[in-house]
Write a protein that binds this ligand. Structure first.
Ligand SMILES: NC(=O)c1ccc[n+]([C@@H]2O[C@H](COP(=O)([O-])OP(=O)(O)OC[C@H]3O[C@@H](n4cnc5c(N)ncnc54)[C@H](O)[C@@H]3O)[C@@H](O)[C@H]2O)c1
Length: 335
């Protein structure tokens, strides 16, 4: 397959590009480097510095490069930033996303896998969360992902775009080549490891939740497991594959990607101390608005549809891979 990956210079995108190349596919990365890193794109992939919302340029690229399928990882994805500047999130994630869909349709590219998020669910009634839980996002980030998911579903029905929307839970860990280097960073594992390296103490937001140790529980999925799921999802969008509908149409498919298990913030801190051998500098702060006590995926549908299960579920191994990557790249992607 010739696969175009938007956001392929980002954290999830770069690791997934490695996986797609390993599986023998040709990859074209489209990234504007707004949060990504040119050095994270594996050499065998073509790289194009472009905004995925430039429909005219994207249509041309799809045709010139004879693209078969799109993996849309590119997005703005920082929750507090989305609350402060919802216009940016609607412009980039929704308006840009629709332009990308239009370019696909114009160029006859009808296979799509979307990076979506557990943030589409908001505060769930049921945990582990099934895919048919109501979508009630509580921030513009989740709302813009839910909006694009809706558009993709209807583009499928009307224009035959075969798609799978993948709702990630908390992605963590690293490959040998690529790891997480966001600025600003908002994810727990890199924040904890930065604290170990002498950065700012990590803040535990609330220790009075109704959980065994009082801190929030999240479902941490290794980025390498996530990459495997993308490969399986892209394969499932083939025209003859019944999982995404009959050849002329599309069935709506949304899949949670998680481990169906969770770890508390305190458990992540303890894992980091075991892995690094260093006490994690930390402080306790108040709860953050909109942080549910427990977010865990019901990942059974992904197993049924894709034959995929997370296999790298040991927390020390997940945190350990992130730590190894940071030790090999003390300056992140700066050369
Ligand atoms: N990391 C997580 O825990 C997590 C969890 C749930 C969902 N997701 C989703 O996964 C995707 C990837 O997340 P990530 O953590 O790798 O983020 P990231 O910021 O590392 O990667 C996003 C990439 O997209 C690029 N990009 C952004 N806007 C663009 C545009 N208009 N045109 C071209 N390129 C653009 C950025 O430069 C960056 O390389 C996002 O869609 C995010 O919403 C991530």
């Amino acid at each position: 397959m010739r696969i175009l990956v938007t956001g392929g210079a980002g954290y999830v995108g770069s690791v997934t590009v490695e996986r797609l190349l390993d599986a023998g596919h040709d990859v074209v990365v489209v990234d504007d480097l707004s949060t990504g890193h040119r050095a994270s794109v594996a050499g065998e992939a073509a790289y194009v510095d472009l905004h995925y919302g430039d429909a005219r340029a994207m249509t041309r690229l799809f045709v010139e490069q004879r693209i078969d399928a799109v993996l849309h990882c590119g997005a703005k994805s920082i929750v507090p930033e989305s609350v402060a500047d919802p216009a940016l999130y609607y412009r980039e994630n929704v308006v840009g996303g629709i332009a990308l869909l239009d370019a696909m349709v114009a160029a006859g590219v009808r296979r799509l896998v979307l990076s979506s998020t557990a943030a589409v669910y908001g505060l769930p009634d049921i945990v582990p969360i099934p895919e048919d839980a109501p979508l009630r996002p509580i921030n513009p980030y989740g709302a813009t992902k839910a909006a694009l998911e809706g558009a993709i579903r209807w583009y499928g029905a009307a224009y035959g775009v075969r798609s799978i929307r993948l709702r990630y839970f908390n992605v963590a860990g690293a490959s040998e080549r690529n790891g997480e280097a966001h600025d600003p960073e908002s994810h727990l594992v890199p924040l904890v490891l930065a604290a170990v390296e002498g950065g700012r103490p990590v803040t535990v937001f609330g220790e009075d939740y109704p959980t065994p140790d009082g801190t929030c529980i999240r479902d941490y999925i290794h980025v390498l497991d996530l990459a495997d799921a993308h490969l399986a999802a892209l394969e499932a969008t083939a025209p003859e594959d019944p999982r995404t509908g009959p050849p002329e149409g599309s069935e709506p498919v949304a899949l949670n990607l998680g481990t169906s298990d969770g770890y508390s913030v305190r458990a992540v801190l303890a894992a980091a101390e075991r892995v690094t051998g260093v006490a994690v500098p930390q402080r306790v702060g108040p709860r953050r608005a909109g942080d549910p006590p427990v977010l865990i995926a019901d990942a059974r549908l992904a197993a049924a549809v894709l034959g995929w299960r997370a296999t790298r579920t040991d927390l020390d191994a997940i945190v350990g891979s992130a730590w190894e990557w940071r030790r090999r790249h003390p300056d992140g992607y700066r050369i």
